[in-house]
Design a protein around this ligand. Structure first.
Ligand SMILES: *Cc1c(COP(=O)(O)O)cnc(C)c1O
Length: 405
């Protein structure tokens, strides 16, 4: 069968977890300017004792339950199951407060920032989803919040800018480079260099210098923690045959797979954004098209020119529009632990409509990339497939409606 050939069932253990220096195989690490050494080192020393403390865990779980609305449902999608010949379950991260999985991470890191005594929070954002999540938790915790966002994105994601301002955040429109997410990250790092003492830089995905990829993966790991007992309840075993998620920087995928990385009964399938196609210049499929390089403090797969200039990513999905990918997924993909599909814009839009019409769930276009994996797979009727719907599509309605299929 197709999948027997495609999927490794024997692999090295520990591929998704960093070593003491923050390396996942040859990816990761902390490549930061000297002025940030101390900040990054302090964070490396502080994060594990804090997030493993009783006090942190209690506050984090209470907020996830009462504020975010967790646990999110694991929903059996019966019509889609029938269509694809498997048992398809949707992990409903779209039902979280603020509309996506990003709030899981923002809640965790704002508690970490508080416990480290920081007074000012900064964040980068592309589509504005992470900016909104960060502005939300800053309002909740009464922290000063400054968001860096490319000017191009400020213009095309206007509602999210207004949400952030309403929540009390200051939004800085970044005018360097292409004026998109990658430039916003660079600007947030520059700002951090200027105010290292009081600032907590709240990174939105499993990217950036060590320990951020590990922090974000741990904060999102609540997704697979819930999957274990939800699957036990629904199918009588605590693991699925397949896990499917979309990957931009890699945080919802990291959370979905976290507690199954070393379980060789579980096959992991990711969808990255192909844009117009991986054989065109208009793509964000970093795992397919990237080469090794350093971006925003980590060694990973990067879309770059031969002389190391970062190339602009292209996809219809603002949340996947990043020319790098988290080091954890770079490592798992090159070692064969994750199978990665590049999903083109039109496939994602079609899949978004399909989920909408068959299950009454309008997914974020990011999440629709994961749905578009289904027709590319061959399942057995008893296969339990868990697909993470990372966010809801309210923000994308115009893009769906204006797209010419
Ligand atoms: C930001 C975003 C993503 C991509 O980020 P990851 O860190 O790869 O998860 C995916 N889906 C939604 C809804 C998002 O907002």
């Amino acid at each position: 069968m197709k999948e027997e050939k495609d999927f490794k069932t024997k692999f090295e253990k520990g591929l998704g977890y960093p070593d003491a220096e923050g390396f996942y195989g040859r990816f990761g690490g902390a490549y930061v300017p000297e002025i940030l050494y101390k900040c990054v080192h302090d964070l490396q020393e502080a994060y594990l004792p804090i997030i493993e403390s009783e006090d942190f865990r209690k506050q984090y779980h209470e907020l996830l339950k009462d504020y975010v609305g967790r646990p999110t449902p694991l929903y059996y999608a019966s019509r889609m199951s029938q269509k694809y010949g498997c048992k398809l379950y949707l992990k409903r991260e779209d039902l979280n407060h603020t509309g996506a999985h990003k709030i899981n991470n923002a809640i965790g890191q704002i508690l970490l920032a508080k416990m480290m005594g920081k007074t000012r929070v900064t964040a980068e954002t592309g589509a504005g989803q992470h900016g909104v999540a960060t502005a939300t938790v800053c309002a909740l915790m009464n922290m000063k919040c400054e968001i860096f966002m490319g000017k191009t994105d400020v213009e095309r994601q206007h509602t999210n800018v207004e949400r952030m301002r309403m929540l009390g955040a200051e939004v800085h429109a970044v005018t360097t480079g292409n004026m998109t997410l990658s430039d916003a990250c660079s600007e947030a790092i520059r700002d951090w260099c200027c105010h290292p003492e009081e600032t907590y830089y709240l990174v939105g995905s499993t990217m950036g210098p060590h320990p951020y990829p590990d922090i974000v993966a741990r904060m999102q790991s609540v997704i697979s923690e819930e999957l274990k007992w939800q699957l036990q309840e629904k199918v009588g075993r605590d693991y699925p045959d397949y896990l499917i998620a979309c990957v931009g920087g890699g945080s919802n995928a990291a959370g979905t797979v976290y507690h199954y990385i070393d379980d060789d009964r579980v096959r992991i399938v990711l969808a990255e954004a192909g844009g117009h196609g991986i054989d065109t210049d208009h793509t964000a499929a970093t795992i397919h098209c990237g080469t090794e390089g350093i971006i925003h403090g980590a060694r990973t797969l990067v879309m770059q020119t031969d002389d190391g200039q970062i190339e602009e990513a292209f996809t219809i999905s603002a949340g996947l529009d990043y020319p790098g990918v988290g080091p954890m997924h770079a490592n798992m993909a090159v070692k064969g632990r994750e199978k990665v599909f590049a999903i083109n814009d039109d496939e994602a839009i079609r899949a978004g409509y399909e989920l909408t019409r068959m299950e009454g769930i309008i997914p974020a276009i990011e999440s629709a990339h994961a749905v578009a994996v289904l027709p590319k797979m061959t399942f057995r009727p008893d296969d339990v497939v868990v697909l993470t719907v990372s966010g809801r599509g309210d923000k994308d309605i115009e893009t769906y409606l204006n797209y010419k299929l």
